[in-house]
Design a protein around this ligand. Sequence first.
Ligand code: PSU
Ligand code: MN
Length: 309
Amino acid sequence: MIEKPHSPLVMSPEVADAVAHHAPVVALESTLLSHGLPPSRNLDVARRLERTVRDAGAVPATIAVLDGVPRVGLSDAELERVCAPDSGLAKLSLRDLGPTVALRGSGATTVASTAALAHAAGIAVFATGGLGGVHHPLPGTNVTWDVSADLGTLARTAIVVVCSGMKSVLDIPATLEVLETHSVPVLGYRTDDFPAFYLRSSGHPVPHRVEDPAQAAAVFTAHRAFSDSGLLLANPVPVEHELDRATHDRLLAEGLELLRDREVSGADVTPVLLEHFHTASGGASLDANEALVLSNADLAARVAVELAR
Ligand code: PSU
Ligand code: MN
């Protein structure tokens, strides 16, 4: 029998101390920094995310793999490295962690790999922008196998993921069905509609709604008595930063065409699409993306504070 090896993850002293004392901690992912935002803005957003978590009373733990070491909590120099235009960091899903550690590589972590590392470190709350999900089938086919590992990971990782739904490029009803199949509770934060990242509503209802961080924390605590799965807390983009629907629909149609023309597939789909939105919207989608991740970091910190009571 092969024994399960000791986890190679390394926590920053501040995060290790907070976890040891059951103080509130919020995990933050690095793919949205390195692959989701332009290098002109990502470092500023990274620092503001950490400040937002602190201002709400929790300790931020940004996660990435650097030189073969999964790091939970980054120094400012490490944050700069993740955000550098020439970082050359790979986008690491959960399946890439083992190879990257063993082969001494580096990379940014997605929702799947961040959730797994955060949970292994003893962190219960994680903030991101948008969850990965089920893609639409390619033209001429009626089935897709492009289903984000974010879903499978949430199905078996006890963590609260605060996000603004998923990008409208995905098949949202199909993604909600997969979450149901895996018994992942989906909570709308002060909304009855599941959000669609740049837009406050996807047109699909959420099964449950909560009004404040204490209710979200109470739901997670109750859920854990029955299941080891995660929980999705869906927080719509702040009203004043929502994209105009017509602009959104135009950018999405163009983006899908671009994916087809350039034959983009797999892990490159999300970064290519986000970049198209950011350049073609004259920065409006960038403002929306920043505003929603900051709002999610704030809410995640408040939920972490409630869980730590
Ligand atoms: N939220 C953002 N920007 C991003 C992401 C989330 O605001 O770039 C990333 C997350 O890391 C998520 C990934 O896991 O997009 C989804 O990638 P894929 O569709 O390849 O599973
Ligand atoms: Mn995919």
